[in-house]
Design a protein around this ligand. Structure first.
Ligand code: ADP
Ligand code: MG
Length: 699
């Protein structure tokens, strides 16, 4: 049932042929007719307005003039010929130049006949002229009534190969002839009605050759909706499939460990958000389906306790559980806090990292296999093949953005059926990104901080005010607080004008003399035992100031630390700044984040620093980040491909995405296999469309 037209190579569209097809493929990735059809103009030129030559000014780049060619002459400079023509609009003359295709120009233009001239204005000696403009006999132009002219993106190679915008327009017109202007409906009637979507026929024609602005808008709306809809539908189908294929471990009971912890060990009241998420997880645990849940919550929002309590439910149901963190420091910290939180509960917890000793490893592997070990906390080491559980029922992955998708999926293989999975992230990303990246995960959000948390007072300071900052640090230390000072890089690099960690350490030692202050230093190249030593000193309050690189970025929790100084803050990305700031403000004290910058910083850096100073809300900050860097950069190149939409735009079309996503959810809920008659078009589109090759999920 393949729709052969969409799959046909563009080579066979009239006017393309083998050679140009190859160029179009190499330069623009256009292979088949579906590619070409969905190669949308990136802008449109307004051809509805005619200008007088005397009104041409720099307010516009493109101008359209009606008039006659009065003369057309060959001129020569060096050994190159050009054509110079004089165009006259009844009042004024303008010069028109051609450097290529001269004989064709000469043949095509008739003197003293009315033409519509359209093109870019070139300024030379304060005089405007046209170079290689479009021209068309007025009588023909009126007949066609073109107003908005599409402009397709191009490359130098395309232009040099004679593939101009006009050529693109021509072949896309031929493409429409090839399709006989018939494009299949690919949504259902209720969606079309609800969102007042115009038909695919109208949408495709008007996106390439808009009859007017309103239809262009409607065409773009429909195509964006479609694009988001099928993007979301794919996620929902795969999610649905995983859910129905993977039975999940059944943890019906909340048992003695959970209850005992809840009644005796929990020292604070859970926030409503935390309660809500726990409930969502408990629902999953008793659904007999595998849980695959993403937990988003700002730094300090209390994700760990949610994870811990869920893990207790798992243990209460006689299964093992594990927690995986991206760094040794973080894993160790989780291990320590779990140990003290669960000290009287008779839970067997062990830590496995790259530096775990062989003898300890042996015990761990043994106890994992015979089921004596309840909780394994660790780093990437847990993913390794020799880590074999007796019955892993639930895995938690902390700070997921540090792990690759492949790595994460290794945990699935640790049991059969795969364990429940909770993926936690403190990197808030805008909702639109979450939907288009993690559409196949269930989503839980903690959107409030524990009570009594105050915003971290954030300021930016120039290097020249360093002495005042040092004075402030001394005050804070006098009050019993501790200070982080973070540097962006560890070693001297001649190219970059950075204050490096070691220099910084020296200067701090000078200012804070060792008779009165203790200063620690920590960086990624240190042995992990040394790192632990430093971190522990800081945790226990033995160190006043910890000078460090970003190794402390993730998750580290020292409630007594109240000041975060970020050196060369202009060098950091927004999400990293926000993460670092999250290291303070964890106790009940007023806390501060001081962003030290050079005297002069770039505009982007200013926006970043400003956003930090203005807001403590990670989701808001992530919106700014998205605007600054675009979706691809925010998440790293790994994932950016997923975010390549052809016409939809994650920055601008969030509402369309939400609606399209809702509709996809409704559809899958009502007709998960898309077998109902009314959804025939949707199913057919998925099976036929070359964009959707990877859709083997629906059978
Ligand atoms: P994150 O979400 O960044 O991982 P953590 O789980 O490390 O945050 O929690 C940060 C701190 O807040 C911890 O010291 C934790 O004990 C504390 N905390 C968590 N939930 C609450 C709560 N409901 N009330 C008070 N403190 C809480
Ligand atoms: Mg955490």
């Amino acid at each position: 049932m393949k729709d052969t037209k969409l799959n046909t190579s563009i080579e066979f569209v009239k006017g393309i042929g083998k050679i140009r097809a190859k160029i179009l493929k190499d330069e623009l990735g256009l292979k088949n007719c579906s590619d070409l059809l969905n190669f949308f103009p990136y802008k449109y030129l307004d051809r509805s307005k005619n200008y007088k030559i005397k009104d041409i000014d720099s307010s516009n780049i493109y101008f359209q003039i009606i008039g006659v060619f009065k003369s057309l002459n060959y001129k020569k400079s060096g050994n190159k010929y050009r054509i110079e023509a004089i165009f006259y609009d009844g009042e004024t003359n303008i010069k028109v130049l051609w450097f290529k295709g001269l004989s064709w120009v000469e043949k095509s233009i008739k003197i003293n006949l009315k033409y519509v001239l359209f093109g870019k204005i070139n300024w030379f000696d304060n005089k405007p002229s046209f170079i290689h403009p479009d021209f068309e006999k007025l009588e023909n132009f009126k007949l066609k009534k073109i107003k908005l002219q599409p402009v397709y993106s191009s490359t130098e190679k395309l232009i040099n190969s004679g593939i101009s915008n006009n050529y693109m327009i021509k072949i896309i017109k031929n493409l429409f002839i090839f399709f006989e202007n018939q494009f299949d409906e690919n949504l259902n009637e209720s969606i079309n009605k609800k969102y007042k979507l115009i038909s695919p026929n109208q949408a495709y024609i008007n996106v390439h050759f808009p009859k007017d602005l309103k239809l262009l808008e409607q065409a773009r709306f429909r195509l964006k909706f479609e694009e988001f809809f099928f993007n979301q539908l794919k996620f929902k189908i795969s999610h649905h499939k995983i859910k129905s294929n993977n039975s999940g471990y059944f943890f019906p009971s909340v048992g003695s460990k959970f209850n005992s912890f809840f009644n005796n060990n929990l020292t604070f009241e859970l926030t409503n958000s935390q309660k809500k998420v726990l409930k969502e997880i408990r629902n999953d645990f008793s659904s007999k389906k595998q849980m695959i849940r993403l937990l988003q919550g700002d730094v300090g929002s209390g994700k760990t306790i949610v994870a811990l309590m869920s893990m207790l439910i798992c243990i209460d149901n006689d299964f093992q559980t594990c927690l995986i963190a991206p760094t040794e420091i973080l894993a160790t910290q989780h291990f320590n806090s779990f140990n003290s939180a669960l000290s009287n509960l008779n839970v067997n917890i062990r830590l496995l990292t790259g530096s775990t000793k062989l003898s300890e490893r042996k015990i761990i592997f043994n106890d994992l296999k015979n089921g004596l070990l309840n909780i394994l906390i660790g780093t990437h080491a847990v993913f390794e093949e020799n880590v074999v559980f007796k019955n892993l029922g639930f895995a938690v992955i902390d700070e997921q953005h540090r792990f690759g998708v492949k790595q994460r999926s290794k945990i699935w293989e640790k049991n059969n059926p795969p364990p429940h999975v909770l993926i936690m992230t403190a990197t808030p990303i805008p909702r639109t990104l979450t939907m288009s990246l993690y559409g196949d995960l269930d989503l839980s959000i903690i959107d409030e901080l524990p009570p009594g948390r105050k915003d971290v007072i954030t300021v930016s300071r120039k290097d020249k005010n360093r002495l005042k900052v040092f004075g402030f640090i001394k005050d804070q230390i006098k009050k019993g607080r501790q200070i982080y000072v973070v540097y962006p890089l560890i070693e001297e690099s001649k190219k970059m004008d950075l204050k490096f960690l070691e220099d910084g350490y020296e200067s701090i030692i000078k200012e804070f003399d060792i008779n009165h202050y203790t200063v620690g230093i920590m960086h990624g190249r240190m042995k992990s035992s040394n790192k632990d030593f430093e971190m522990n000193n800081f945790l226990k309050g033995k160190t006043n100031i910890l000078v460090s690189t970003t190794v402390i970025e993730v998750g580290v929790n020292v409630p007594n630390a109240s000041v975060m100084i970020i050196e060369n803050a202009e060098r950091f990305g927004l999400s990293q700044l926000h993460q670092l700031r999250g290291r303070v403000g964890r106790g009940s004290y007023d806390s501060y984040c001081i962003l030290m910058t050079k005297d002069k910083i770039s505009d982007d850096a200013k926006v970043r620093i400003d956003a930090m100073v203005k807001s403590n809300d990670g989701f808001k900050i992530s919106e700014v980040d998205l605007k600054l860097r675009g979706p691809g950069n925010i998440l790293g190149t790994q994932q950016s491909g997923i975010l390549d939409f052809k016409i939809a735009n994650l920055l601008e079309d969030g509402d369309i995405l939400k609606n399209a996503s809702n509709e996809a959810t409704i559809l899958i809920k009502n007709d998960s296999k898309l077998i109902q008659n009314k959804n025939y078009n949707i199913r057919k589109f998925i099976l036929n469309n070359p964009f959707n090759k990877s859709w083997n999920e629906i059978g």
